[in-house]
Design a protein around this ligand. Structure first.
Ligand code: HEC
Length: 137
C-alpha cells in the first residue's frame, strides 16, 4: 500500500474516533454555558455591579442539571436526543435578529459554529451531565 493512501486511511480513522467520542458535558459544554448564558440564567442574586436583584431570565436556570432539564416559563428547553426541539440549541443557531435568539440581540456575541455543534451533539447524545449536578438550591 502506498504511503499517501495509508495516511488518508489513518486520518479517516482519527476523524471517525473523534466523531464517535461522546461529548463531556462538564469539560466541553458547561464552560460555554458559564461564559455565555449563566449571567442571565442562574440563581437569583444581587448583581455586584449595580447592587440590584437579578432574577433568572425567562424563569430559566442553567446552573443546575435538574433545573436545566426542568426548563422555564415556556416549558422544557432541552429534549434529550432532539436538538431541533431543544430551545437551548435552537436559540443559539437562529439569526441574531430572531426574538428567540440567545444571547438576546445586542447582549453578547453569537456562539461559534464549533460551540453550536458541541451543544447539538451533546443533546443528540441524550443530554448526559455525567457527574455534574451544579447548584444544590
Ligand atoms: C443578557 C441576558 C441573557 C443571556 C446572556 C442569555 N439569555 Fe436566555 N433569556 C434571556 C431573556 C431576557 C429571556 C426571556 C425572554 C426571551 O425569551 O427573550 C431568556 C430566555 C431563554 C430561554 C427560554 C426560557 C423559557 O423557558 O421561557 C432559553 C432556552 C434561553 N434563554 C437560553 C439561553 C442560552 C442557551 C444562553 C447562552 C447561550 C442564554 N439564554 C443567554 C436573557 C439572556
Amino acid at each position: 500500500m502506498n504511503l499517501k493512501l495509508l495516511s488518508l486511511i489513518s486520518a479517516a480513522a482519527v476523524f471517525g474516533a473523534w466523531n464517535a467520542r461522546a461529548v463531556d458535558f462538564e469539560k466541553e459544554v458547561l464552560p460555554i454555558f458559564k461564559d455565555r448564558c449563566f449571567d442571565c440564567h442562574q440563581k437569583e442574586r444581587t448583581d455586584p455591579k449595580t447592587g440590584k436583584l437579578k432574577k433568572p431570565k425567562g424563569k430559566f436556570r442553567m446552573d443546575s442539571a435538574a433545573l436545566l432539564m426542568k426548563g422555564g416559563e415556556e416549558g422544557k428547553n432541552v429534549v434529550p436526543g432532539k436538538p431541533d426541539e431543544s430551545t437551548v440549541y435552537t436559540s443559539v443557531v437562529v439569526p441574531e435578529s430572531d426574538d428567540k435568539a440567545m444571547p438576546p440581540e445586542g447582549k453578547g456575541e453569537r456562539l461559534t459554529k464549533d460551540q453550536q455543534e458541541l451543544i447539538k451533539k451533546w443533546i443528540a447524545e441524550g443530554a448526559n451531565f455525567g457527574a455534574w449536578k451544579g447548584a444544590a438550591d
